[in-house]
Design a protein around this ligand. Structure first.
Ligand SMILES: [Zn+2]
Length: 251
């Protein structure tokens, strides 16, 4: 058995199979689901030991259980920073392919928590930096280094406006410049996929936000114009993911 060197692991190892047995047998009371959620997804964006092994069982349950679907999605979204996550994508390829279908089907119903399913699909596509960072563009801010002068540029996309600015802790966002959204034709393959998905499901604000995110910004200090997504990805892509992306391109 893998030694994870963490004190709560023996408890997980003992309890997890029994809890999964219970929900599979139809005994998934609210408290059982809550316990599973705490056990498998309690660490937010970190993959919890035990969750990769639980994923195929959760995906099978997700055919009829929304809770299992949400839990499987959270596990996949948390797989970005971890070797175990990389392994999970290889070992549970079939389960992850089915999860993609199930999440896609749910998104077509336009659920209120649409963005979480959207982010799960992004993680399945190994767009981990967008999966982790993308908001619903109600009031989103991104910090992106200017590639020319290294100023940490604040990018606003949402209810506060669509602008690049220098963030001043006293004066707020100053030296604002309007963002230059990408036209639909200018979107790269990933951007176009994200945009089309949002449009398909009637998520207009998300679709518009993606055009801004994939567009260009002017640096408020040196006035150079740069691609927001390129600079954001360069600054935020986990080191492992770049390896994965290369591999998936050559696969
Ligand atoms: Zn600059």
């Amino acid at each position: 058995m893998t030694n994870w060197g963490r004190p709560y692991v023996p408890r997980t190892d003992e309890l997890l199979p029994a809890l999964l047995d219970q929900v599979e047998a139809g005994g998934g009371s609210e408290s059982v689901w809550r316990e599973l959620w705490t056990m498998l997804c309690g660490e937010g964006e970190t993959l919890v030991p035990g969750s990769p092994a639980a994923l195929p069982r959760l995906v099978a349950l997700a055919r009829s259980e929304t809770q299992a679907l949400e839990m499987a999605g959270a596990i996949v979204r948390s797989a970005m920073t971890d070797d175990q996550g990389e392994l999970m994508f290889v070992e549970s390829a079939d389960a992850i392919a089915e999860l993609r279908e199930l999440v896609d089907r749910r998104l077509r119903t336009r659920p209120a928590d649409y963005i979480w399913g959207f982010r799960t699909l992004l993680a399945i596509e190994r767009q981990f930096h967008w999966s982790a960072a993308l908001g619903d563009f109600s009031d989103d801010f991104y910090a992106v280094p200017c590639p020319h002068c290294s100023l940490n540029v604040t990018i606003a996309i949402g209810g506060y406006g669509t602008y690049s600015a220098r963030r001043d802790w006293d004066a707020g966002d100053v030296d604002r410049r309007d963002l230059r959204p990408a036209s639909v034709a200018e979107l790269d393959a990933t951007g176009r996929w994200m945009y089309d998905l949002a449009v398909r499901d009637g998520q207009d604000r998300l679709a518009e936000g993606i055009r801004y995110l994939m567009g260009r910004a002017e640096c408020p200090r040196c006035a150079s114009v740069f691609g927001i997504a390129d600079e954001y990805a360069a600054a935020n892509l986990p080191p492992l993911s770049s390896v994965r992306l290369e591999r998936s391109r050559t696969a």
